[in-house]
Each structure stands twice: as C-alpha cells, then as structure tokens.
Design a protein around this ligand. Sequence first.
Ligand SMILES: NC(=O)c1ccc[n+]([C@@H]2O[C@H](COP(=O)([O-])OP(=O)(O)OC[C@H]3O[C@@H](n4cnc5c(N)ncnc54)[C@H](OP(=O)(O)O)[C@@H]3O)[C@@H](O)[C@H]2O)c1
Length: 279
Amino acid sequence: MQPIQRRILLLGASGYVGGGLWSGLSPRHWVTGTCSSRRVAELIPIDLRDETALAALAQQGFDLVIHAAGLVDLEQCEANPPLTRDLNVRSVEVLIQALHGTSTRLVYLSSDNVFDGRLDAYTEDDPPAPLTVYGRSKVAAENLLRDSRHVVVRIPIVYGRSPFSDRFFERFRKARTLAQTDIVCTPLYLPSLAPALEQLWDYSGLLHFGGSEVMTRYTLMSRIRDALQLPTEIVPVRSAELPGGQLRPPRLILRSNRHSLSGPGLEEALADLRSMASP
Ligand SMILES: NC(=O)c1ccc[n+]([C@@H]2O[C@H](COP(=O)([O-])OP(=O)(O)OC[C@H]3O[C@@H](n4cnc5c(N)ncnc54)[C@H](OP(=O)(O)O)[C@@H]3O)[C@@H](O)[C@H]2O)c1
C-alpha cells in the first residue's frame, strides 16, 4: 500500500543519515531538506542555533519535522559540551515550542549510545545509562519529548550509501581502515530507514529500530569489502587501541517491544550495494 503523501521538513538532509532519508523519502513525499556547513543546491541552509529562523521554518505547515541534524562525533561532543547541548538539545526545545498548537509532529532521531552496553540487548523499557556527552545529550532531548505526541526513534550504527555525505564509504577509499573486533551491534542498512519511518511516524513516544543481525564492526566492514571486492585492507583492532575507544560501549543490541520491524540482513543489503555503481 502506498504511504500517504506528507509534507516533511528534514533537518540535516546534507548529513549522512539525513541524506539517506532525503533519497528515500523525496520520491514519495514533499520534502524540504536543510543543510548547514555543506552547501547543497536543493537544500535550504539553516543554523539550528538561529532559534528565530528555526521556529519560523518549522511553522510553515509541515505534517512532520524529521530532526536528523546535530553534533554526532563522540570526540567532538566530549570536546564541546555547550555546542553539543545547543545542537542536540536546545534545538528540540525550540521545535517543541514552535510546534505547540500546530498539527505538525516531530520525529527525533536518537541513538543506541543512550545505553552503556552492560545488558545483552535493550528494548524501549530499559533505562538509559549514557557514558558520553553525546549520549547524555540524546537522553536530554528524549526527555523533552517524553509523554508528548511526538516520536523518538533510536537507531544503531548505520551503513550504506548516502548522496551528500558518503561518510561510511569514505573509510573504503583508504588503503587500510581500522575496525573494532570487540564492538558488537545491530548495524542498520541506511536505505531501510525511510520505509521504516513511514510505518513508525504515526506512533508517539519512544521506538527502537535496528538491523536484524548482531555482528562486530570488523565483520561488517570485512563482509562489505569482500562482497564489493574493494581493495581496502580491514585491520582488526581492539576498541581500547583507538583514540576515544573508551567512549564506545562494547555491546549495543537494539530490540523493540513496540513493533516487529527491523532492517534487512547483511546479505540482502550487500546484494543491494552490489547492484549500485562501485565507489
Ligand atoms: N550515523 C550513525 O551511524 C547514527 C547512529 C545513531 C544515530 N544517529 C543519529 O542520526 C542523526 C544524524 O546523524 P549523522 O550520522 O547523519 O550525522 P552527520 O552526518 O554529522 O550529519 C549532521 C547533520 O546536521 C547538520 N548540522 C550540523 N551542525 C548544524 C548546525 N549548527 N545547524 C544546522 N544543521 C547542522 C549537518 O549539516 P552540514 O553537514 O551541512 O554542516 C548535517 O546535515 C543524529 O541525530 C544522530 O544522533 C546516527
């Protein structure tokens, strides 16, 4: 069944995840995307810290505002907590206020980094225990949205191609790339996120959406390299050997007790990647 066509404001469309959503949602919906430092002709530039401009844009009669913008790099967040707060938390406060009294709903993308990785797997019922400035900022934003009509979707590490910031595949442009053998996750194939959101955005509250297979980052990278016959050497490393390694919880498995959706398995994702042009 075709999804109902929505008017969508996509904050962070120039980014890695936002770009994937832009590609996935634009053919089926009216999508207005934003960029910031990366200027992209078809996107509107905005700084989330310009609160007046952000509120005015959000109030332009959209059905949904998807918030995929902000500061994501764990080390940059540790180095600059005020900026992390401004981009990841304050922007949500501004949007909630701007959307008050309208029918526009907010879809906020959060992260498995709200957990410390001590449990075998996490559902929406498990209490957050963030280890980092980034994780704490995501929890603070989630708390603003708790018990509201808006929706928070937590996702794990994402892989696949993205149109404006192909960050995942940049690693394969190097001769060697390091990949952790002791970080276990449910990686999510980026093209599966847009169709999942189309099924999840009418929910309210907190949702998890992850990939269907549990694997290490090393396995993920090695299998992509092999499947696409890329020349890059994938070097196995322990997390502790990397700068900022202690910031990454060792095991983050996202499961949902609110819906039965998950991303495709790796073989299906690899077949899709193989069908595209090589990097
Ligand atoms: N990537 C993952 O594996 C992953 C995993 C879990 C959750 N997430 C969540 O997914 C969302 C997107 O992450 P991502 O990996 O796509 O990050 P990203 O590639 O770094 O993209 C961040 C986006 O935010 C925009 N942005 C940065 N500073 C801004 C500012 N001051 N004003 C307005 N926009 C600004 C960027 O615009 P410019 O590039 O134009 O500056 C870009 O569009 C985040 O909420 C993150 O927590 C990502």
